[in-house]
Design a protein around this ligand. Structure first.
Ligand code: SF4
Ligand code: SF4
Length: 483
């Protein structure tokens, strides 16, 4: 076989060969910081890094801070990576300069958004509620989910199951446990179906906790329903004012009795203990935290989640005493810091740190709310108060009829359509669809539904929490060693 003759270059002298070796240095690999990095400096001078694409959250010791900042300079650098560089590369803080990071993320988002092997159903087992919370936006139009709707739903999911890999069932209302007849009909059915088809299965419930007796909790656990969001607005005085029963009665004692029973049970479960804060209960929250610390004795199955009361669309909106956004951030920081001091876990950005975790279910094409009468909806705030949220109906024979024109408004892939989102470091999490309702109603991007404006404070809170839990359980924080 003929070989090509060597072509001699006029520069191929001994002297030039040396210079050829030298000019290879511009060809050394170039690196640049990921566009999805966020950073903060902790009070102990350590540097915190978070990458919203990889989900990495790292602590860089203060002695390595300068070197890390050099490596993560906007313009990047060329050369071999030392151990720190390798560490940053492995976790996605540093990327090869030639990599089109945005294109990869866009592709991943398209794949996630339009995947067809998952189904998420939010079931309104009861649209009525045994409470009348002062900030509630619902108007309780009907009661327990009809038997005919449950039967149609079973047929629909049974037919879909062979094409699925993931099934997620969330119970919502009204108060879901007020519609127990529907829960005890559907929850074991969904669990068995997922088992039969080998699906990954997740189930959760948003409940006021009043009907969450030990018997009901045991039944729910047996159907793989172990994740709850449950709201208590402080000690009895504050809570009973903001979350009374439908007849105005006090509800705190019963909820606490149920929570104490759960605390005494050995079973694995998770309770996101939501605390809705307004100007009335804000001054009394330290006593509530003291009570939680004394009562639940550091039980990590209970995690405090602070939410600021807003005008959520209820008939009582004009009478609410809402904190300004500045007050709300300050209260949140104080309550979280105090709960850390008392050994109570609170929710942090790291609880939902997976790709797309910040996107709202309403924006996902395979997520549907099923109403008690078979209405198919998208947003749990609007429900059927506005016709555009009722995108279909569940009909006899398990047929889900969807109005694609209405549905399209909710599921638009804003990550592909909004150039500002494409330059945002939260894009892999929020995807521009953290609240399609905000986009729909205001035409603005829904940054307000994300942690964007308080990202540093959130990272610092997550760090303090991680340190506290690590010191208690001897677990490790992802730290780049200083030597
Ligand atoms: S995040 Fe927005 S779209 Fe999603 S349920 Fe809440 S209000 Fe509705
Ligand atoms: S909506 Fe806001 S926070 Fe979300 S990706 Fe777009 S710019 Fe970022």
């Amino acid at each position: 076989m003929a070989t090509l003759p060597m072509v001699a270059s006029p520069f191929d002298t001994a002297a030039h060969s040396r210079s050829l070796v030298q000019i290879s240095s511009p060809l050394a690999k170039r690196w640049r910081p990921s566009q999805f990095n966020a950073r903060a400096i902790a009070s102990d001078s350590n540097m915190l890094l978070w990458n919203t694409r990889s989900g990495a959250f790292s602590v860089i010791p203060a002695v390595r801070r300068l070197q890390t900042e050099q490596m993560l300079k906007k313009n990047g650098f060329a050369g071999e990576l030392d151990t720190l560089g390798q560490y940053l590369l492995k976790r996605g803080y540093l990327v090869p300069a030639e990599e089109s990071e945005l294109d990869s993320v866009l592709l991943q988002m398209y794949q996630q958004h339009f995947r067809e092997d998952g189904l998420e159903l939010i079931l309104l087992s009861s649209e009525d509620c045994n409470f009348r919370c002062r900030y509630c936006y619902e108007d309780f139009p009907r009661g327990t989910m009809l038997k005919s709707v449950r039967d149609n739903l079973k047929t629909y999911v049974e037919r879909a199951a062979p094409r699925l890999r993931h099934l997620a069932i969330s119970w919502f209302g009204g108060e879901p446990l007020y519609g127990w007849e529907a829960v005890e009909d559907l929850a074991p059915f969904m669990n068995d179906l997922a088992e039969k088809h080998g699906l990954s299965y997740g189930s959760s419930m948003t409940t006021n906790g009043y009907l969450l007796t030990p018997e009901k909790a045991r039944a729910l656990f047996s159907w793989n329903m172990r994740k709850f969001q449950l709201t208590v607005d402080g000690l009895a005085d504050q809570h009973n004012k903001s979350r009374p029963g439908r007849d105005g009665s006090a509800t705190w004692d019963t909820i606490m009795h149920n929570l104490l029973s759960l605390h005494e049970m050995p079973d694995p479960f998770f309770i996101n203990l939501r605390l809705n804060v307004d100007l009335e209960n804000a001054p009394h929250l330290r006593e509530y935290i003291d009570f939680l610390a004394a009562t639940f004795e550091g039980d990590e199955r209970f995690v405090l989640a602070i939410k600021n009361v807003g005008n959520w669309g209820g008939s009582n909106d004009s009478n609410l005493t809402i904190q300004s956004s500045k007050q709300a951030s300050a209260t949140q920081e104080q309550v979280e810091a105090y709960s850390e001091q008392c050994g109570i876990s609170h929710s942090t950005i790291l609880d939902s740190n997976s790709f797309g975790a910040g996107a709202c279910y309403a924006a996902r094409p395979r997520s549907f709310i099923v109403g008690a009468n078979g209405n198919i909806m998208k947003c749990t705030i609007v429900l059927d108060k506005d016709k555009y949220n009722v995108v279909g109906t569940l009909e006899d024979g398990g047929i889900m009829k969807i109005d694609e024109t209405l549905h399209k408004k909710w599921i638009e892939p804003s990550f592909a359509l909004d150039p500002d989102c494409q330059t945002c470091h939260l894009l892999p999490s929020c995807q521009g669809i953290s609240c399609p309702l905000i986009r729909h109603n205001t035409g603005k991007r829904p940054c307000a539904a994300t942690v964007k404006s308080r990202i540093q404070a959130e990272m610092l809170g997550a760090y303090r929490q991680k340190k506290r839990v690590a010191s208690k359980t001897a677990s490790r924080i992802d730290t780049h060693a200083s030597s």
